[in-house]
Design a protein around this ligand. Structure first.
Ligand code: NAP
Length: 320
């Protein structure tokens, strides 16, 4: 099969398309024929060598994909060749024509969801659900700020927020991104590159502040988030690319809570719950992944440059 291989950590150019043996499923494993691959910012951190948990070299990148079941091991029940699935991680990497998965990493996608949409599911929707439901314990009627709503996790968070009955404010930096955020069901969209947008958000809340902030760039925004937090409010740090100075006193005034989260450290029970919620949301159509760009697998280096550029618009997907 063809697969992207990384033999040394470095820039996007270290990713090369190569021919390698197609894996065979063990007793409790599933081989997925990959039709689309989801690209995440973390794939670039790992490839560059900057990420704490580095895979041994050489490796095939990627945690997200969608496709059809090609073959199953002898102990796998209830999953037949041809079934349409999304992958939530894999044993062999997803930037490839086939991905070998544990049975717990494979979940069904309904007919109305395309494979590219399926590839956009795992990291984005699991992260947004983890942050909103399991960390911030969102309740219907609360006000949610998705700080960075036009990308993969942000769009998922907007859709989760609406499906759970929250009032949703989303931010983006371009007109196209702001329109996308509104089209996904946000009640309000604000431009995080314009001075004064925090005042605009405070005004939207009637001066009360937001109950939950899902933060995509904490090294830029964490201090400001604390200035617009409602009493007993929660900030969940999803993304951060550096350090920031905050005034801790701002948390004292509102009994505020700052939570960290990493999808990599979620336990099996919580992960099972997350994917049950995602599968139900896809089936009932409350979740509808947005694919902004499809790129051939051979051009994975282009996808890595694009996912780190400003002006996000949904997910970037690779097609083998
Ligand atoms: P993405 O698709 O590239 O989207 C990035 C989002 O951040 C866009 O909406 C972008 O909007 C926005 N943004 C850029 N500058 C911003 C600013 N100054 N203030 C607020 N928002 C800003 O990335 P993603 O997949 O959604 O991931 C978002 C972040 O979460 C990344 O840093 C990623 O590494 C991290 N993440 C963490 C976990 C975890 O387990 N903790 C899991 C998944 C992702 P514009 O482009 O319009 O500016």
């Amino acid at each position: 099969m063809k697969a992207i291989r990384v033999k040394e950590f470095g820039g996007p150019e270290v990713m090369r398309l190569e021919e390698i043996p197609t894996p065979k499923p063990g007793p409790a494993e599933v081989l997925v024929k990959v039709k689309a691959v989801g690209v995440n910012p973390v794939d670039t951190y790992i490839r560059s060598g900057a990420y704490a948990n580095k895979p041994p070299l050489p490796y095939t990148p990627g945690a997200d994909a969608a496709g059809t079941v090609e073959a199953v091991g002898s102990e796998v029940k209830g999953l037949k060749p041809g079934a349409r699935v999304y992958c939530a991680g894999s044993l062999t990497g997803t930037y490839a024509e086939y991905a070998l998965c544990k049975i717990s990493q494979v979940h069904p996608i309904p007919e109305h969801i395309t494979f590219s949409q399926g590839a956009a599911v795992n990291v984005a929707y699991a992260t947004a659900y983890r942050a909103l439901v399991q960390r911030a314990q969102a309740k219907a009627g609360e006000i949610l700020l998705v700080h960075g709503a036009s990308g993969g996790v942000g769009i998922a968070a907007v859709q989760w927020g609406r499906s759970l009955g929250l009032c949703v404010i989303g931010t983006a930096s371009t007109e196209k991104g702001l329109k996308l955020v509104m089209d996904q069901g946000a009640h309000y969209a604000c431009n995080h590159s314009k001075p004064g947008y925090l005042d605009e958000i405070k005004t939207i809340t009637g001066g009360k502040g937001v109950d939950i902030v899902l933060e995509m760039l904490a090294n830029v925004n964490l201090h400001n988030d604390l200035t617009i937090l409602a009493r007993d409010g929660h900030v969940v740090v999803i993304g951060s690319r550096g350090k920031i100075e905050i005034d801790p006193r701002l948390t004292m005034a509102v009994d505020g809570n700052i939570h960290g989260m990493s999808l990599m450290t979620v336990n099996e029970t919580d992960l099972y719950s997350i994917h049950c919620a995602i599968v139900a949301g896809l089936q009932t159509k409350s979740l509808n992944p947005v694919v902004g760009k499809e790129i051939p697998l051979a051009n994975a280096s282009q996808a890595h440059a694009d996912v780190m550029a400003a002006g996000a618009h949904g997910k970037i997907v690779l097609i083998p």
